[in-house]
Design a protein around this ligand. Structure first.
Ligand SMILES: [Zn+2]
Length: 141
C-alpha cells in the first residue's frame, strides 16, 4: 500500500454520499486556528474588573467620608474589609462610576452587591444570582 495521508478519513452514508470527515488530533490541531471564526466561541473569559473606573472614582472622591473598601454579601454572609486585598478574592468589581455606584459580584454565591454612595450615607444592596433559564443566552453571569 502506498503511503498516503491517513490523517483524514472521509465518511459516507449508505448511499455513498459524502457526509463528513474525521481528522486526526494532530491534523485538527494544525487546521483549527485557520477555522477560528467558524468554531464555537471558547468559554468567554470573565470580564476584567474595571479597576480604572474605580481608580477614577477614588481620584474624584468628593464624599465627606474616606473611600470605603468593605463589601458584604447579604446572601451568603461573605464579607471583607478590603475587597482588593483578599487572596483569593471574595468579591470582584463589576462596575464603578463617578456617581458613586460601585458594584461587585460575590465569588461565593454570585450575588451582585451594589454599593451606593450618598452625601451622608452608603447603602449596600445584595441581589441574589438567578440562573438564566434561557440556554440560548449567556447564563453564567
Ligand atoms: Zn455571597
Amino acid at each position: 500500500m502506498s503511503k498516503h495521508d491517513d490523517s483524514i478519513t472521509e465518511l459516507f452514508d449508505k448511499n455513498g454520499n459524502l457526509i463528513g470527515a474525521l481528522l486526526t488530533a494532530e491534523l485538527w490541531a494544525e487546521i483549527k486556528p485557520m477555522l477560528a471564526d467558524r468554531l464555537p466561541k471558547e468559554e468567554p473569559e470573565e470580564k476584567p474588573e474595571p479597576i480604572a473606573d474605580w481608580e477614577m472614582l477614588k481620584d474624584f472622591w468628593d464624599f465627606p467620608y474616606p473611600v470605603d473598601t468593605d463589601v458584604k454579601c447579604d446572601e451568603c454572609g461573605s464579607q471583607t474589609e478590603d475587597w482588593q486585598k483578599d487572596e483569593p478574592r471574595k468579591f470582584k468589581l463589576r462596575t464603578a462610576n463617578l456617581g458613586g455606584l460601585v458594584s461587585f459580584r460575590c465569588c461565593n454565591c454570585k450575588s451582585r452587591i451594589s454599593k451606593r454612595h450618598f452625601k451622608d450615607e452608603i447603602t449596600s444592596e445584595t441581589t441574589p444570582f438567578i440562573e438564566n433559564k434561557d440556554l440560548n443566552k449567556e447564563a453564567r453571569y
